[in-house]
Design a protein around this ligand. Sequence first.
Ligand code: FA5
Length: 336
Amino acid sequence: MSEKLDLLYQEFQQALCGSASRAETLDLKAGYLGSKGKLSSILKSLKDMSPEERKQVGSKSNEYKNKIEADISAKLQALDSEEISKKLEKQWVDVTLKDSNLDLGLNAAGYHPVTLVQREIEDIFSSMGFDILDGPHIEDDWHNFGALNIPSDHPARDMQDTLWFPDGVHLLRTHTSPVQVRGMESKKPPFKFIVPGKVFRAERTDASHETVFHQVEGMMVDKNITVSNLIYFMKTMLSEIFKQDVKIQLRPGFFPFVEPGFELDMYTEQLGWLELIGCGMTHPNVLRAGGIDPDKYSGFAFGMGLDRLVMMRYAINDVRLIHSADLRFISQFRSF
Ligand code: FA5
């Protein structure tokens, strides 16, 4: 029996040598150590042996069992590292390799025109003491509508075609105005801030309408703020951006969160009058929703179409070019 065990181990070693995969190796293990395995059946037959033989065969079988286990795990390790080296051979990357034709966005195209104008606006407003805030793209009903004096049954909700999440509470913000509410929640008056960012509407696109576009919100709250403060900041910003005295007009405009409310249009030779900014004096209900006493403080707010401003600045005649990711378009702004 002792010789039979030696032979069994030799046979195992040969088979292990020929095993080329993890699966084969594990099969082999089962063939020897599994419940119906070759070594296991010898161990099972111990009960029919004489006490002397049982002792001898028992201890030898255990010795081989341990050896087989050790051999198997060494083999599995060897197979693993072989596989890793094979992968490394196939998938190596030369990190020092330079491809002079690689079209890196920054070198080839410069910054996106929206980024360029956004940065200018941020500079202009920070030089006038405004903070720059950010807010989430996924908003809730309260911040996008409720706190802005637009209750759930208000027809003004239909002015902006909203992309809702299935829970009926969350939505992709339709304007940057919810950050007015977040600003009021986090600051104590007096304060003034702007909020540049992306907004989303389920709109049909045309030359001046996109579904994803950019706005810059602004809000100023202090004692005795009036419409003349609003006009001053709007004119200063536009004159800085266009490097000239700009022609603007204010028309009455309805936004539930301001009273009075205005549409501000701007004129250029190429594009004529273009509706650019919604603005007005912050409605007392909105100040209250933000925890501010409207009897003590007043404020103005504005929401500007950044893409439209970019269009005027660079005489771009179709807003859809802005998100086209077309390098022929984007690379024209490299010099700014
Ligand atoms: C608003 O979104 C208000 N939240 C603005 C506001 C803020 C008013 C604070 C008062 C106080 P409106 O839907 O008009 O308003 O959009 C504001 C600006 O975004 C527009 O003047 C226009 O320049 C731009 N805009 C609107 N829809 C689109 C669109 N589909 N594509 C590109 N620009 C757009």
